[in-house]
Design a protein around this ligand. Structure first.
Ligand SMILES: NC(=O)c1ccc[n+]([C@@H]2O[C@H](COP(=O)([O-])OP(=O)(O)OC[C@H]3O[C@@H](n4cnc5c(N)ncnc54)[C@H](O)[C@@H]3O)[C@@H](O)[C@H]2O)c1
Length: 415
């Protein structure tokens, strides 16, 4: 395979998650530029990937104003900053690895699909779960007919109480006015994977959910705005910030707070940044639990639950077919296949060469596949077109939740 060169827009968690591939396989990928407004992050990224000062820029606009300088662009900025850089990069002749959601606006998702098709370049949407050995194994079992014809799928996303507090109460995705509704930001992965497994057009979507717990009404008496200011509930509040961040660990999510990962640096970030805030005193508005029901062509149904209120941080799925069932847990890497009339057996999800990168190997697998596409090989498993249905389903689910009615996908497609 020819070595691919790439520039990264947004050197945050995701920019680093994909760029890391170049350190593992330097013969396949070289990072040659970065755009990042945060000086400390930009410097850390430049040091990590050996970038000279003239390869570092403060914004995506600035780097894309320059003549084309690589084969590919990794768009890893926040949700509402995906469309413009993706369209510009395609226009300039770059291949594009685009973070999900493609956009938080339906019309922009459609525009990205059109532009990707017209450009003739590879555009891969980062639905990383499709590249995990776990979900690939489930897909293979279904496609091999192990459980007959799929009739029903049930998936639950156990967000985890601390993860909800980190990302969706205190952090980047707490407020849909500034990012995306939770069903789009977090669970577009789930509606995508369910649809991929069922492999039929979705016809109808209905959804319920709300922000019940992380509100001012549940703030205990005397709790200060910031946990670091002597909260009297530090002992019994599971969301007390030092319990989450001052544990001695420095990986994700702690590395989101600051580049200074000493205890003093983390404590400073808690005092001064958003992550030390009392979870009952934030400007959050996204749901803390939501359910979605889906009807697919041929009467196949699916249901999905996303909830903050779990100790585990995993996805669990049950797939029910005419000849058997599969029950599986992603974090435990457990897949149990029970063909009707036979003994249940375990199946090992070890199908790809994916290693220990994030998302069950998906972060590694998606870059590997993308680089093949840039070299003119392989299939684009998560092209814009392939990702569109699940994005539209997320918009439908949010509409249904807010309007208390079933939404037809026809309505979402025709607008
Ligand atoms: N595929 C997945 O599984 C997955 C997981 C988490 C997040 N995401 C998505 O990835 C995206 C990034 O999330 P993240 O966790 O890396 O966030 P982040 O905040 O860590 O990174 C975003 C970076 O973009 C930078 N930025 C802001 N304005 C910019 C500009 N004008 N030009 C260039 N960079 C700019 C920010 O300073 C920040 O460092 C989001 O859209 C998110 O929804 C995807």
């Amino acid at each position: 395979m020819e070595k691919v060169t790439a520039i990264v827009l947004g050197a945050g968690s995701r920019g680093n998650a994909y760029a890391r591939y170049s350190l593992e396989r330097p013969d396949e990928l070289r990072i040659v530029g970065v755009a990042e407004p945060d000086g400390a992050r930009r410097k850390q990224f430049a040091d990590g990937y050996g970038l000279a000062a003239d390869a570092c820029f403060e914004s995506w606009e600035e780097i894309l104003d320059r003549p084309k300088m690589a084969d590919a662009v990794f768009v890893c900025t926040m949700d509402d900053m995906h469309t413009a850089p993706a369209l510009k990069a395609l226009q300039m002749g770059y291949h594009v690895l685009l973070e999900k959601p493609m956009s938080n606006r339906r019309e922009e998702c459609l525009a990205i699909c059109r532009a990707a098709k017209e450009s003739g370049k590879a555009l891969t949407v980062c639905h990383v779960l499709r590249y995990t050995s776990f979900y690939r194994t489930l897909k293979r079992l279904i496609d091999d007919g192990e459980i007959g014809q799929v009739q029903t799928v049930d998936q639950i996303e156990n967000v985890g109480y601390w993860h909800q507090a980190h990302s969706f109460v205190r952090g980047n995705w707490r407020n849909s006015d500034q990012s995306s509704p939770m069903i789009l930001q977090k669970s577009c992965h789930d509606l995508d994977i369910i649809s991929w497994l069922i492999d039929r057009p979705c016809l109808y979507v209905s959804s319920f959910g709300s922000l019940n717990h992380f509100t001012a009404a549940h703030r205990p008496a005397g709790a200060p705005d910031n946990c670091m200011d002597g909260c009297p509930h530090s002992g019994d509040c599971p969301y007390y910030a030092p319990k989450v961040y001052l544990t001695g660990k420095t990986g994700w999510p702690v590395d989101v707070l600051t580049v200074d990962l000493t205890p003093e640096g983390i404590a400073k970030a808690l005092r001064e940044g958003p992550y030390g805030r009392c979870v009952y005193a934030c400007d959050n508005n996204v749901v803390d639990h939501q359910v979605v029901n889906m009807e697919y062509e041929g009467g196949v149904t699916a249901s999905f639950t996303m909830t903050a209120f779990t100790a585990d941080f995993t996805r669990q799925i049950k797939i029910m077919g005419t000849r058997g069932q599969i029950m599986a847990d992603m974090t435990k890497e457990e897949i149990r296949l029970h063909r009707f009339g036979e003994e249940e057996r375990s199946v090992s999800p070890k199908e790809t060469a994916a290693d220990g990168f994030g998302h069950g190997g998906g972060d590694f697998g998606i870059v590997e596949n993308f680089l093949r596409l840039v070299n003119g090989r392989g299939d684009n498993l998560t092209s814009a077109a392939a990702s569109l249905q699940s994005h539209l389903m997320c918009f439908a689910a949010e509409k249904s939740r807010l309007e208390h009615r079933t939404v037809s996908m026809e309505e979402m497609i025709s607008g």
